[in-house]
Ligand binder design. Structure first.
Ligand SMILES: Nc1ncnc2c1ncn2[C@@H]1O[C@H](COP(=O)(O)OP(=O)(O)OP(=O)(O)O)[C@@H](O)[C@H]1O
Length: 738
């Protein structure tokens, strides 16, 4: 990437040069070719060897007074190596937070730093400065104040939290803090720090008891979300496998906490039935089996050995530093604090037990030519246990996954499934149940906050913290990556547009005539390619949804249609088509995202997008004799009917027909999120993974650079530089001029 306003280097200048092994090295320019295209540079780290470089691979170093600078936007020479070098120098001194214009960059320290205690809260409390202060000579008519972080305190997540809190109080406007980054980069820890800070500065003096009780509840929602939504992965021992948006409501007049609400996105439900080697299922399964009482386990026909369960037995059972038994105790008390009754808790554990048993239904390898599924002998007992827990009959349950109903002309006929089809149906049920359980838990947490909401009649404002995975480019990219990359594309668009609005208002305030480009528009073609628009009906999602309902639709027919409809063969002016490329060699397609080209493979996309549950099983369970199971499936059916284009027909038993595809659901949820974010004043945090070994003090420059390219930090710099890159307040300008 090159930066338009970067000044070219001359002889004797110190520069950064590209280097395969070290990412970049420092050197001194010996000479520049007449056409300014080639540089000869002497490199001390390579025994003063002189090497030739193309101009694009040579970037000027900053004067030493800029070393470890707090805000990288102030660097004289703003280029990739300078940004990475500044972060590295700071990281070595445990300065993990750095500003880059509107971004707060946070590099994971992988060690406890003593920078989050009460003294630090005190330091940052009331530390913002008012940009509209008259002493700043601003002639703005705008009567809202803009409180921003002060340069007298060091960059910190508390400074960003304080900025949000003060703007909420002063302008009575909702705030958002958007935290993104790779897995293990520190998003969840950062989110917790924001919550910790907001809770500490917003505690009301007048209603202290109520406030502390509420604070406790907000903090206790976390163990529940982590037990059910986090798992050990290769990257992170406690990885959140879902995105969340936590809104903390505050009464601006009294600073009192008044409520809280959690929304969640993209739970990785495949983990319930399958985990990569060295990874685990969701924490709660291990906590439950290790920590529950003997009588509770007996009630659900479970025993303690993790090796006895198909969905757990191939996973790492013990993780150093994680005590599942102790965590179960914490979960149990979190349930109590969140007002879950004993019956509620039993219902939750019952679903976990059903899922564990579902993984134990196994099939004989079939020798018969029909390839019809045959159960292993011991599975009949498991089926009996599951049916009892579900509150349905054994035979009806067995029938629901051993056979399917297919349309033959006007009739519906029963067809026996093969063992892999039956296993697929069972796994689908386990995954859906887990997702429904997660939804139930979040609903219950939110209901509890609503009941405890302080002074519901007074208007409150919120600080919303979004903790969501950043852009993903893996070796193999599937539907899940498309959803997360599409989300990040939208969030980047939101950032670019926000920056545009801010810059534009600056120029207007100063009376500068300037045609500023809305960089948010640059992302539109990619977003439209994925989700479609009123003018562009055909998109990746629309084709995928269509293939899920047409007879004989398959991953292959989906891919063929994508190539047919979206490839820009006629070189039309359709900008979104420029963002699409077929990849015939790898059975997939390529999308040009802002963060780079991503190669998607379409294996399994139709199954991932469709309702994984058959009508038969939904009907069966919504008529269960267990009120909880019935309610769970009623809830699901209601969700479907709310968004369905067609009205509910045929009453209760027809509810399963109202399903939304995963793509439709995610598109809708994202639209709702963006609508909420649009009404907030946003703040942006980018978490950075410094190494893949989870080690303190290790800084992998290449890894960091890749993240800065993907997470919009370098994009932000590019945009800033396309306007007036350096801004000076009036006094300084006058001083320099005189
Ligand atoms: N500010 C911090 N101070 C100390 N340790 C930290 C900090 N941030 C992150 N860590 C360490 O890094 C680990 C991973 O962080 P975290 O779980 O927040 O990552 P994440 O970005 O939320 O990952 P995922 O997307 O997988 O959930 C933490 O468990 C902790 O050990």
């Amino acid at each position: 990437m090159s930066y338009t306003n970067e000044t070219a280097a001359a002889a004797n200048d110190w520069v950064w040069v590209a280097d395969k092994e070290n990412t970049f090295l420092k050197g001194q320019v010996e000479s520049v070719s007449d056409d300014n295209k080639t540089y000869k540079v002497k490199i001390p780290e390579l025994q003063n060897k002189v090497r030739s470089f193309k101009a694009n691979d040579v970037h000027r170093c900053n004067p030493v007074q800029f070393d470890k600078c707090d805000d990288m936007a102030s660097l004289t020479h703003l280029n990739e190596p300078s940004v990475v070098n500044n972060l590295q120098l700071r990281y070595q001194d445990d300065l993990i937070y750095t500003y880059s214009g509107l971004f707060l960059v946070a590099v994971n320290p992988y060690k406890r730093l003593n920078i989050y205690n009460k003294d630090f809260v005190k330091l940052y409390k009331n530390s913002t400065v008012n940009l509209n202060d008259t002493s700043n000579n601003s002639e703005s008519d705008d009567d809202s104040s803009h409180l921003t972080r002060s340069s007298s305190v060091k960059p910190h997540i508390f400074a960003t939290s304080e900025e949000a809190f003060q703007n909420l109080k002063t302008n009575k406007q909702d705030q958002s803090i958007l935290v993104t980054g790779e897995s293990g980069a520190g998003k969840t820890e950062t989110t917790k720090k924001v919550i910790q800070y907001i809770l500490q500065v917003s505690t009301s003096e007048t209603n202290k008891a109520a406030s502390i009780c509420f604070e406790n509840q907000i903090l206790q929602a976390n163990p529940i979300l982590e037990s059910f939504g986090n798992a050990t992965t290769v990257r992170n021992l406690n990885s959140s496998r879902f995105g969340k948006f936590i809104k903390i409501n505050i009464l601006p007049a009294s600073n009192e906490l008044s409520g809280c609400h959690v929304d969640w996105y993209l739970l990785e439900k495949s983990r319930v039935v399958y985990q990569d080697s060295k990874e685990r299922n969701y924490h709660v399964f291990y906590q439950f089996l290790k920590g529950a009482s003997d009588s509770l386990l007996k009630e659900f026909d479970l025993n303690r050995s993790i090796y006895d369960y198909g969905y757990l037995k191939n996973t790492n059972h013990t993780i150093p530093g994680i005590n599942d038994k102790a965590e179960f105790k914490l979960l149990d008390s979190a349930f109590d604090i969140m007002n879950f009754t004993d019956t509620d808790k039993k219902n939750v554990f019952k679903i976990l037990a059903i899922i564990l048993h579902l993984g134990n239904i196994t099939f004989k390898s079939s020798s018969d030519s029909s390839r019809q599924a045959f159960l292993e002998e011991k599975s009949n007992k498991v089926i009996g246990t599951i049916a009892k827990l579900f509150g349905i009959s054994d035979t009806a349950f067995k029938d629901s996954f051993m056979s399917s109903r297919v349309k033959a002309g006007r009739d519906i006929v029963k067809q026996q499934r093969t063992s892999s089809q039956a296993k697929f149906a069972l796994d689908a049920l386990a995954k859906s149940l887990y997702e429904m359980l997660f939804q139930y838990l979040v609903n219950k947490i939110n209901d509890n906050f609503d009941v405890n909401a302080v002074d519901a009649f007074e208007e409150s404002n919120s600080v919303g913290i979004l903790d969501i995975a950043g852009f993903e480019i893996f070796e193999k990219n599937s539907f899940e990556q498309l959803c997360i990359n599409y989300t990040n594309e939208k969030l980047q668009q939101f950032f670019n547009h926000h920056m545009f609005v801010l810059e534009q208002s600056e120029y207007l305030k100063e009376g500068i005539s300037w045609q500023y480009i809305d960089f948010g528009q640059e992302l539109k073609p990619t977003i439209e390619l994925i989700e479609g628009s009123s003018s562009k009906k055909v998109s990746v999602f629309s084709i995928l949804n269509e293939e899920c309902v047409v007879p004989k639709g398959s991953d292959r027919s989906f891919l063929e249609k994508l190539h047919r409809e979206l490839e820009n063969k006629d070189k039309s002016a359709d900008k979104s088509k420029e963002k699409f490329k077929a990849n015939k060699i790898r059975d997939g397609f390529i999308i040009k995202h802002y963060a780079g080209e991503v190669d998607y493979n379409v294996d399994g996309w139709l199954d991932k997008n469709k309702d994984p549950l058959s009508n038969t099983i939904v009907e069966l369970l919504s008529n269960s004799s267990s009120p909880f199971i019935q309610e769970l499936f009623d809830e699901r059916a209601l969700q479907h009917s709310n968004v369905s284009d067609s009205p509910v027909k045929g009453g209760r038993n027809n509810k399963s027909a109202m399903f939304r595809t995963a793509a439709q659901r995610h598109k809708q949820e994202l639209q709702d999120l963006m609508k909420q974010l649009d009404c907030t004043q946003p703040h942006f945090v980018r978490c950075i993974l410094p190494n893949t070994n989870k080690r303190p003090a290790e800084f992998d420059k290449k890894l960091v650079l890749e993240q800065l390219r993907c997470n919009g930090v370098l994009e932000g710099i590019r945009i800033a530089r396309s306007g007036y890159p350096n801004k000076m307040d009036f006094h300084t300008f006058a001083e320099i001029g005189s």
